[in-house]
Design a protein around this ligand. Structure first.
Ligand code: SAM
Ligand code: SF4
Length: 403
């Protein structure tokens, strides 16, 4: 979401070529996050640095989640000119107008583009600050999403990634039943090479949608479904609204319908009350599911959340021990799964080219680095033969054009 807001701001602000160094800027916009305490510390230290080096008349604009949940402290410490969440396009355009008077959108030369379709979150997981920062769920209308997706297509994008804190809740607030499926079907009529979505909440990921998704030929077969924990006790403490059995059922159905899909996840380690047994249940489930990739986080206590007052905190050393253990297991799983691609041919949409290396994703969303590509391969789907892998990427050589 933050990557999107920053790139949207860029598209409305660079029309006059006004990007500059912090020291020379008249306006400085800092886009913030509040999910973890460490991130907050980094942002505060960055803001302190900015305040020191900026021109004394320069106006500081602070946006993103931290601006919402730490308003008073930020106001006191950094005295910004403007402070607030600013996650909607119309609000970002107001910043643009404030700076430039009149805004003109610049075309972004990007192969893969994000598009938020639903803002906010209604779930209130007991560890998470997001609903307090971003407010309740609010979907864009279907007409708006289609119009914006068409604009993105007409600007030359080949892949669209539909975004939401829980993208599969799309349409619930508009009382559209199965809104997420309807949305995907409508967007698939626009001839993007690929359509993707991020992030899905397992609680509302309906099993009956999965076979229907097969009717979407340009769907990127990447399912990011944050599990958080493999213990039902911890899942309940986290207020996740599903059990490990329900989660496993979703994974099985995805694998049945999309054998080449990649399934990725988020794991939260060391939530208060997570004992050794609970942790071992997470280890077991990770081994059983064999995610393609997993993003692991150490639990950090956040203000406003229910979890803030939970007892039975896990000591930091123990959290570190647990996360390192999980990372090691997952790395082995990723290497094993990615290793199966060695010698195989994959179709890669080239999103970036650097030093003659093309970077893109194959149809299951795995990142592929392709050697010896041409400038003309930018934005095209090319075939590559995989010859090595690591825990993040597949590497291969270009074979021939697809289109
Ligand atoms: N909405 C998505 C879901 O619930 O499945 C996830 C969005 S959340 C902002 C991204 C990830 O940040 C979560 O999946 C969780 O693992 C991590 N996260 C959230 N709160 C956290 C906290 N207090 N400490 C550490 N990680 C946290
Ligand atoms: Fe945070 Fe839970 Fe909402 Fe995801 S669903 S954004 S983890 S409160």
């Amino acid at each position: 979401m933050n990557v999107y807001t920053s790139s949207y701001l860029k598209s409305i602000l660079i029309s006059k070529g006004i990007e500059s160094k912090v020291e020379d800027a008249d306006y400085i916009i800092v886009n913030t996050c509040a999910v973890r305490e460490k991130v907050k510390e980094k942002i505060y230290s960055y803001l302190g640095k900015v305040n020191k080096i900026k021109n004394k008349d320069a106006k500081l604009i602070i946006i993103g989640c931290l601006s919402e949940v730490e308003k008073d402290e930020i106001n006191k410490k950094f005295k910004p000119y403007l402070l607030g969440l600013f996650d909607k396009e119309s609000e970002l355009e107001n910043i643009g107008k404030l700076i430039e008077g009149e805004i003109k959108k610049t075309k972004l030369n990007q192969v893969s583009r994000y598009l938020p379709v639903i803002f906010g979150c209604d779930h209130f997981c007991s560890y998470c600050i997001v609903p307090f920062a971003r407010g309740r769920e609010k979907s864009k209308t279907l007409d708006t999403v289609i119009k914006e997706a068409e604009e993105i297509y007409n600007e030359g994008a080949k892949e669209i990634i539909l975004l939401g804190q829980n993208v599969n809740d799309y349409g619930k607030d508009l009382k559209i039943s199965d809104g997420f499926l309807i949305l995907l079907k409508e967007i698939s009529k626009i001839p993007f090479f690929r359509i993707s979505f991020l992030t899905s909440h397992p609680k509302n990921f309906k099993l009956q949608w999965i076979p229907e998704l097969k009717n979407i030929p340009n769907l990127l077969q990447l399912f990011h479904l944050p599990l958080q924990s493999g213990s039902n006790k911890v899942l309940q403490l986290m207020r996740r609204g599903y059990t490990k059995e329900i989660y496993y059922e979703i994974v099985e159905k995805i694998r049945e319908e999309f054998p080449d899909a990649s399934i990725t996840t988020d794991i939260l380690v060391g939530f208060p009350g997570e004992d050794e047994e609970d942790f071992l249940e997470t280890v077991d489930l990770i081994k059983k599911i064999e995610f393609d990739r997993a993003f692991m986080f150490i639990y950090s206590k956040r203000p406003f959340t229910k979890g803030e007052s939970f007892k039975n905190e896990v000591p930091h050393d123990e959290k570190l021990k647990r996360i390192n253990h999980l990372i090691k297991i997952q790395d082995e799983i990723t290497l094993k799964k990615y290793g199966k691609y060695i010698g195989k041919e994959v179709e890669v949409l080239i999103e970036n080219i650097k030093d003659k290396k093309g970077i893109g994703k194959e149809k299951g969303g795995r990142v592929v680095i392709v050697e010896e590509v041409d400038k003309d391969d930018f934005g095209k789907i090319i075939k590559a033969k995989i010859d090595r892998v690591n825990i993040r990427e597949l590497f291969g050589k270009k074979l021939n054009y697809m289109n």
